[in-house]
Design a protein around this ligand. Sequence first.
Ligand SMILES: [Zn+2]
Length: 239
Amino acid sequence: MKFKPKWSPPIIRIGAFAAVTAVVLLFGLSVHPIAGNNDIATASISTPKKLISLTFDTALGEDYTGSILDILDEEGVKATFFILGAWADEHPAEVSEIARRGHELANHGYTHKNMASMKMEDARIEMKDCSEAIKRLSGQEAKLFRAPYGYYTGELAAAAREMGLLPVAWSIDALDWKEKGENFVLDNVISQAGSGDIILFQTCTEDGARALQGIIKRLKANGYILVKLSALIEAQYAR
Ligand SMILES: [Zn+2]
């Protein structure tokens, strides 16, 4: 009589996950970060404290940065903005304003092309030009890097580290870009949020901007403290 297990024991599933990760690392394929995969880029933090970080990728097109900044001020929350160099060219005043209001500015490359498939020398130029734009417009020294689309190779992550930029991803995508409405965004984030999560929003979506205040209020009501991403990452080491 044959016994067919309906599910794989956890140890086998972990083994399979490790094997896939090893293949990805060996062959340097682009990998879209997923929750809990911190091998290449920091996607979440392990902390017993109820800390969460809200992060915003600046994106070309419609722009809701002004209302996002007002909501963050109203709620007394500091966040991290990943600045795209091409966006900074179009929105120099906003780059300065994000810094003036006490938020953290981080590197998101320059053109928003897939940097994992670029020549590394071109990827380095993207990172360098972006950091220079941030410095020029805000006075801040970028310490964190998030690759466009979260597409990383080990090589790209290493190049970022060599330039003094910690490669990061996210653990919860707000999915504000799906155009499914602000309530969808709110439910999506609140149903998943937990200690150490890095939440990803885009600055170009109305749904994200409209859902933001409700998300912040719910997270606060659930006992979470919202901090800049660098502060969240530091919390991992402060025991
Ligand atoms: Zn982006």
